[in-house]
Design a binder for this molecule. Sequence first.
Ligand code: ADP
Ligand code: MG
Length: 274
Amino acid sequence: MSLLEIKDLHVEIGDSISGRGSTPAKGKKVLNGLNLTMEQGEVHVIMGPNGSGKSTLTMSILGYPGYEITAGTITFSGTELNPMPIYERARLGISIAYQTPPEIRGVKLRDIIRIAGSKPLWNPQDEPEENIATPLLKKVGLNPEQFRDRDIGVGFSGGERKRAEIAQVFAAMPKLMILDEPDSGVDIDSLKTIAVDLGEYIKENACACLIITHYRHILPYLKPDIAHVMCGGKIMKSGNPFEIFTKIEEKGYCEYLGLCPPGIKEETERGMKI
Ligand code: ADP
Ligand code: MG
């Protein structure tokens, strides 16, 4: 049995996530028959032009409200996820670091890290030195004294947000971690620290990792098994990550656009000229 099996997935984005109403919509079709299988401990890279549906795929696996599955199935360790709410999927061992981590005023970073790890909120009487969030913040290169009492994401730099997200992922001890552009906005030195920690976590815990990235910097540390190129809401090509990166760096995504469904090529080319 595979860890994650996605079959012929079709997803529409509803109005509810744009704040325009509570009823999922006459939506925009974003995923159009996507297939993906991952085994325990495997590292898969997803790349693809802006708007190809990469983040929508991650939100659909997690069951984020407003991402409506109109056809196909997502199965995790033999359990079909389609009818499950987000918190039940998280309990099964799926954890995500979002592309754009949210700001949450009034909730401290140390508390969300503890919640992600199913630990009670910090009570100094029981636990004189906070010992859940503190080591994880250190691990991702955030000074615990400066960050643990701050509201989540508020006033954080782009890279600090990403690192705070990864601390939450580590706390959850997932079987599958989904990282949506964890390297965007992170400086090159911090990138190496995070990548080393992610690589160690993956190896020690036989954790599977689905990572979306436009860059190859962190890949040597994560040792990906395979890369997939998405276009038009589908995986159009899969293969050796380093070979695919080399081709994309040399030629751009257009190399792959011949594989796209009619209409997508022109649309993407127009987008790429901007
Ligand atoms: P990627 O991560 O590959 O850049 P996304 O999955 O974020 O792409 O988006 C795929 C398409 O869905 C894009 O055209 C995007 O504009 C659209 N989309 C994503 N989120 C929303 C939303 N909340 N409301 C309307 N359209 C959206
Ligand atoms: Mg995205």
